[in-house]
Every structure is written in structure tokens, then in C-alpha cells.
Design a protein. Sequence first.
Length: 65
Amino acid sequence: MPEMTNCEYNCLKLLYKLAAIDWFIENHGYPDAANEKQPDCTKLMEHLQKDLEKHIGAFKKHVCK
């Protein structure tokens, strides 16, 4: 089995961390903002989540080739 290069490891680690942030927003950020009636906070998280999904997709393509 070939060893993982530093670049491959870094991309995989970043993919994991970005996906974890995306999960956190979905499972904690949105519900907390809704419960506290904070629409500005919700909008911030929506923008961040859209950006994250774009980058997560790019990292998935690179890692899963």
C-alpha cells in the first residue's frame, strides 16, 4: 500500500475539519440562532455554510480521485 503524501494528508485533514464545521452549523448554529431569534446570526451561518459546501466539494474531488 503506498504511503500518503503530506499534501494528500493535509487535504484529507482539511476536508474533515471543514465537514465538521458544516455539521456544527447545521446541528447547533441554526437551532441556537432560531431559538434565540437571531436572524443576523442565521444569515452569517448561511453564507459561511454555502462557502464551506463549495470548498468541501472541491476537496472531495481532490481526495477521492
